[in-house]
Design a protein. Structure first.
Length: 121
C-alpha cells in the first residue's frame, strides 16, 4: 500500500491522522512524518495499514471496560504500591498479553490466505 492510497482511503473514511495513528498505536506526529514523506513507509507498516483497512470495512462497535480495583489487584502483583502511571502501564501490559493470546486463538477462524498474509509482514 502506497502513501497516496493510504491518504485517499483515510479521506474516503473521514479519518484524521489522529484517528489512523490511534488505530496503529503510533503517535500522530510519527504518522504525519510518514504521510508527508519525511520518513519511509516500511513494508510491514504498509501491510498492517492494508489489513487494518480490510478489517475495518464494516462498522466497528467500540466498548469501554471499567475494571474494578479488586480485579486489578488480583491481576497485577504489587498494585497497591504502584503510582497511577505504573498502574496504567501494568494494566496495559496485562491487557496486551490477553489480546495477543486471543489473537492466537482467533487464528483458527482465519482462512489460509489471511494467515499467510499475516506471516509475511
Amino acid at each position: 500500500m502506497l502513501v497516496g492510497e493510504i491518504t485517499s482511503e483515510m479521506e474516503r473514511r473521514g479519518w484524521s491522522v489522529n484517528e489512523l495513528a490511534w488505530r496503529l498505536h503510533l503517535t500522530p506526529a510519527e504518522l504525519q512524518r510518514i504521510l508527508c514523506g519525511k520518513k519511509k513507509l516500511s513494508r510491514q507498516l504498509a501491510a498492517h495499514i492494508q489489513l487494518l483497512f480490510q478489517r475495518t470495512a464494516d462498522p466497528i462497535i467500540y466498548h469501554t471496560v471499567s475494571l474494578p480495583a479488586t480485579l486489578c489487584k488480583q491481576w497485577i502483583p504489587g498494585w497497591q504500591e504502584m503510582n497511577e502511571k505504573q498502574r496504567h502501564k501494568a494494566l496495559e501490559a496485562a491487557l496486551q498479553s490477553a489480546a495477543e493470546q486471543l489473537a492466537l486463538e482467533g487464528e483458527q477462524y482465519m482462512n489460509p490466505d489471511e494467515l499467510e498474509f499475516l506471516r509475511t509482514v
